[in-house]
Design a protein around this ligand. Structure first.
Ligand code: C5P
Length: 201
């Protein structure tokens, strides 16, 4: 049976961690859709046209070692504003969402555009200082040399661009359940998401 969990929200709100944990708990497949845009962005940093890169995206592109850098994130957010890029990635995401056995997709437009009929939509947020602190810690642990102030600026830039764009802007679907993780531990946020999904099954 297909069962789609759509998880959206701004950068570093905890979507990825929650999505992975939820997928593992229910035995669902997980797709981090941000990686698709990061992979396209990465190819544009190497000089390619964004739309052509999106149309030619291959599974290996998702394995590129630099996809988690701040540069790849900014490049992702720029290519993500191009409607042709989004259109090129649509069918793959929709097919993934409806695979048998259940799927969790996390991104910015899963509940609004990719899966408007998802069985459950969760919009994960946290205040920007909290999000910047978490992302900074993650980047430092991966050996990146970046200040907290730079991370905060990067998040605010991306959120502003992602929210203001005409094509599939970042916003909660009308029927999304809000999950603010600012004051929650990872375990609490995951437990809450699991409880919300269980209530829909
Ligand atoms: O989630 P992540 O931070 O990896 O996403 C990188 C960028 O990709 C976002 O800032 C956003 O511009 C874009 N994105 C998007 N739609 C999605 C997922 C990511 O526009 N579904």
């Amino acid at each position: 049976m297909a069962f789609t969990v759509a998880i959206d929200g701004p950068a570093a709100a905890g979507k990825g961690t929650i999505s992975r944990a939820v997928a593992e708990h229910f035995g669902f497949a997980h797709l981090d859709t941000g990686l698709l845009y990061r992979a396209v962005g990465q190819r544009t940093l190497a000089g390619e046209d964004a739309t052509e890169a999106a149309r030619a995206l291959r599974p290996d592109d998702l394995e590129h070692p630099d996809l988690r850098t701040a540069e790849a994130a900014q490049a992702a957010s720029r290519v993500a504003a191009i409607p042709e890029v989004r259109a090129a990635l649509l069918d793959f995401q929709r097919a993934f969402a409806r695979r048998m056995g259940g799927a969790v997709l996390d991104g910015r437009d899963i509940g609004t555009v990719i899966c408007p009929d998802a069985e459950i939509k969760i919009y994960v947020t946290a205040d920007d200082q909290t999000r910047a602190g978490r992302r900074h810690k993650e980047l430092i642990e991966r050996g990146r040399d970046i200040t907290l102030a730079q991370v905060l600026t990067d998040l605010r830039d991306r959120d502003a661009r992602d929210s203001a764009r005409a094509a599939a802007p970042l916003k909660p679907a009308e029927d999304a359940l809000l999950l603010d993780t600012s004051e929650m531990t990872v375990d609490q946020a995951v437990a809450r998401a699991i409880a919300l999904i269980e209530a829909r099954q």
